[in-house]
Design a protein around this ligand. Structure first.
Ligand code: ATP
Ligand code: MG
Length: 249
């Protein structure tokens, strides 16, 4: 049992969830490494939602509400860390959940779907009858009526190649990635440089607030959004934090 008073409580709890995910067979062992990389960047960003990330989260919520066919992609880390919160967001913006894995096995896909169903998910797309062009077979498998047909895809923790391929298909890709330098962060349409644990509830909170707005008002929120600026601001934040550390040691 990790005491709440532990200075690294949240990070340790996230590790527990990922380890538990591996034990249940929903998270890949490589997912442990991905979480470690994310944690390192979270440290540098100050383990908080920055102002620029919050803005990206609001724009993401507006985009999801404006979408004709939004889909939320779920991998093993996302299912372990924020399964329940993703279901809530899926309901708020009326976007089905689709399990889409880098290290894909049908067994793990089924385990993740079972996990999401046990948490109450009803809106799942489950076929793998289409391929994202330009990727080798397993990573490319998607549902023809899900990610393949979507106009807006939320991809928490996506791989760079697949993010690029989805953008290449003309989709709006919203990525959640703590590393502003990753290929995913660089190629997504909207990059949320924040921990998935903070980002998903924040997007849901905005979706709840913005739900009643007219389309034109939602478009105003999205208009003028500049992802290059979001990434620059994230890097500046890291820079600022590093410089403040120089003074302390
Ligand atoms: P890319 O393929 O985009 O170049 P990568 O190969 O460096 O990235 P991957 O292993 O493909 O990384 O994906 C993991 C990404 O997810 C990393 O960029 C990491 O920072 C990020 N990440 C891991 N855990 C979290 C988390 N809890 N919240 C947000 N981002 C995370
Ligand atoms: Mg990668």
């Amino acid at each position: 049992m990790i005491p709440k008073s532990h200075p690294r409580y949240e990070s340790l709890m996230a590790r527990e969830l990922i380890v538990e995910g591996v034990r249940k067979g929903i998270t890949s062992t490589q997912g442990l490494i991905a979480q470690g990389r994310g944690e390192a960047f979270d440290y540098l960003i100050g383990e908080k939602t920055t102002e620029s990330a919050l803005r990206a989260e609001k724009v993401a919520a507006a985009k999801l509400l404006l979408a004709k066919k939004p889909v939320i992609s779920v991998n093993g880390n996302a299912a372990a860390l924020v399964g329940f919160e993703l279901i809530r967001l899926s309901e708020l913006v009326n976007a089905p959940l689709e399990v889409n894995l880098f290290h894909r096995t049908e067994e793990r896909v089924n385990k993740i779907m079972g996990h999401l169903r046990s948490l109450g998910a009803k809106n799942l797309v489950t076929k793998n009858d289409a391929l994202i062009p330009g990727l080798e077979h397993d990573r490319a498998k998607v549902d023809r009526d899900g990610i393949f047909a979507a106009d807006v895809v939320l991809v928490p923790l996506e791989d760079g190649d697949r993010c690029k391929a989805l953008v290449g298909m003309g989709k709006t890709v919203i990525a959640i990635d703590l590393n502003p330098l990753s290929r995913t962060a660089q190629c997504a349409t909207i990059t949320i440089v924040d921990n998935i644990i903070r980002a998903v509830p924040n997007i849901s909170k905005f979706a709840e607030e913005l739900k009643e707005l007219e389309q034109e008002q939602l478009k105003d929120i999205v208009m003028g959004y500049d992802n290059k600026q979001t990434l620059s601001l994230a890097i500046e934040e890291i820079n600022k934090n590093l410089i403040s550390f120089i003074g302390r040691s």
